[in-house]
Design a protein. Sequence first.
Length: 245
Amino acid sequence: MTGMPPLAAHSAIFLDIDGTLLEHAERPDAVHIDAAVHRLLQALQRGSGGALALISGRSMHDIDRLFAPLALPAAGLHGVERRDAAGVLHRHEFAVASLRRAAARIGEFAALHAGLLFEDKGSNLALHYRLAPDFAGAARSAVREAAQLLGEGFEVLEGKMVVELKPSGRDKGMAIEEYMREAPYAGRLPVFVGDDLTDEYGFGVVNRLGGQTIKVGAGATAARYRVADAAAVRAWLGEWAARHA
């Protein structure tokens, strides 16, 4: 269904960042936010009674850098790390030494191909090909080969113009499910807005919980609603915040 659904007063709001709350940039570190986004997030947090969380592939360190001085509840690295509403940080354990070897391998591959961007997030390794789309197949193969050498405990995740190697057993849907078992999210109607393949995990969970799911942009999706772009998402959230703040 095209358009945005009416947002209930008792919603628990979960937002992807890149391509959803904010427009995509050529490089993750090129994204910046302005005072209007800060005000919007603060209004959403007040209006929802604190039941707001960012659900992202970015690391918690990167999320906090981007939104400083705000330190919002957030799930980073597709749920590998998660800060709850009380400020407690939960981390998924993984084989650090093995992943460091994979980081060296993927980094060397990226250095040989102009336009590929290797992003070492600590517990997740991302190879971006937005600036070199002709290398998409080679980038996917390189990351999958590194994953095979690691064996169990890690998996490959496809996203928009990026392929990522991460610890297995965690995704955005699992992070949302954990929030929904905690205060102040429990008992509220979950709402998740996302744009990427990795957000489909969240859409599946929120659909099962009877909530509202919104896909930003084109592409096949399990989301029940669709909207054009991040600007439309911010406008929709702003209207709700104005009514409930």
